[in-house]
Ligand binder design. Structure first.
Ligand SMILES: NC(=O)c1ccc[n+]([C@@H]2O[C@H](COP(=O)([O-])OP(=O)(O)OC[C@H]3O[C@@H](n4cnc5c(N)ncnc54)[C@H](OP(=O)(O)O)[C@@H]3O)[C@@H](O)[C@H]2O)c1
Length: 311
């Protein structure tokens, strides 16, 4: 199968590796320094927990022309980067597109591609549950199993499920179908934004995060507020158990996160202010539409915005 990975960062690189191992013809769209690294050194991944390094050779392109047709395109980038590539995807004749990553605008993105696509498109959304960072031309990948993507369509059934199954058939990578993918992504944002405000506040110094009990309490409380906002606006809480645990057992959640942040592996988790700001900005609008008070979220946001402004 002819597959394009659009975006060769942490998540895209791991997926490219999986699909190359699965026997496919994999092309990676990369830009600038990353494209050069891939061309000269190959796709290097340090699988941190597995204590191994892999090097794969992939075809690298720097742009996507209309006629470059792929059986499947996975777009693997930050929420704040999707907007720039939607017109390029619309202009391309490929049919099957999976937009992977944090996303607050699934309906608008799908709508854009339907209205502006040069050819009919089937668009689904995913979130890859691996993590990691980039360092010296290689990706450090953190994963428990062989990789997994939560995936779903806004219409219920994924229209090209069989094609996806074929893509992963010779791999151990799991597709975890989610029939409320839009709500799932919004619930996930509620976890990511307050926690990352504190992590970025301490500039990824996880020991400082662990010692900062006040802000750790605040971010767990802010997650609970976020779920209440979603609920008040009619979004399903999914997975339901996640929201329930965080709202009912905040102390347990805080201590579990402290333990995780104490592990060396936690320092490899990546995040940027740009994506965080974009996610938070969208959610700020929803908070203003809801009558649920969000004092903890507001306090973290004010402090984080103030700090970003000073930097
Ligand atoms: N990394 C993690 O630990 C982790 C964990 C869970 C979820 N996620 C989520 O997964 C998503 C992807 O994250 P990531 O860590 O893979 O991000 P990333 O490392 O920044 O990778 C994104 C890639 O897309 C490329 N890109 C962005 N805009 C582009 C454009 N217009 N044209 C071509 N390439 C473009 C970037 O190019 P450059 O190389 O030039 O930057 C980069 O290589 C995000 O929503 C993130 O929050 C990440």
């Amino acid at each position: 199968m002819n597959i394009l990975i659009y975006g060769a960062g942490v998540q895209g690189s791991y997926l490219a590796h999986v699909l190359v191992q699965g026997g496919h013809d994999v092309t990676v769209l990369a830009r600038g320094k990353r494209a050069e690294e891939l061309e000269t050194e190959g796709l290097i991944i340090r699988h941190y927990l597995q204590r191994k390094t892999t090097v794969d050779q992939v075809r690298v392109i720097r742009g996507l022309a209309s006629e470059d047709v792929y059986d499947l395109i996975f777009v693997m980038m930050k929420y704040s980067d999707f907007e720039a590539v939607l017109p390029i995807l619309a202009n391309n004749y490929s049919r099957h597109i999976v937009l992977v990553g944090n996303n607050m605008d699934t309906y608008a993105m799908k709508d854009y591609l339907s209205k502006n696509g040069k050819s009919p498109k089937q668009v689904v959304f995913g979130f890859q549950t691996t993590a990691g960072t980039r360092m010296d031309g290689r990706v450090i990948c953190i994963r428990g199993g062989h990789g997994e993507m939560v995936i779903g369509s806004l219409e219920g059934q994924i229209p090209f499920r069989t094609l996806l199954e074929q893509a992963f058939s010779r791999t151990k990578y799991k597709l975890n179908d989610q029939d409320q993918i839009d709500a799932w992504l919004k619930n996930h944002m509620v976890l990511v934004v307050p926690m990352n405000m504190v992590i970025l506040y301490h500039q990824f110094q996880m020991k400082k995060v662990v010692r900062d009990d006040k802000r750790m309490r605040q971010f767990v409380a802010a997650m609970g507020e976020g779920f209440r906002v979603l609920d008040s606006l009619g979004y399903p809480l999914t997975p339901a158990r996640q929201a329930s645990w965080i709202t009912h057992y905040p102390n347990f959640v805080r201590w579990a996160l402290k333990l995780f942040f104490m592990l060396p592996v936690s320092r490899w988790i990546d995040g940027t202010s740009t994506e965080l700001a974009a996610l938070n900005e969208t959610f700020a609008e929803w908070r203003s539409r809801s009558d649920v008070p969000t004092p903890n979220w507001d306090a973290l946001e004010a402090e984080w915005l103030n700090q970003s402004y000073l930097m």
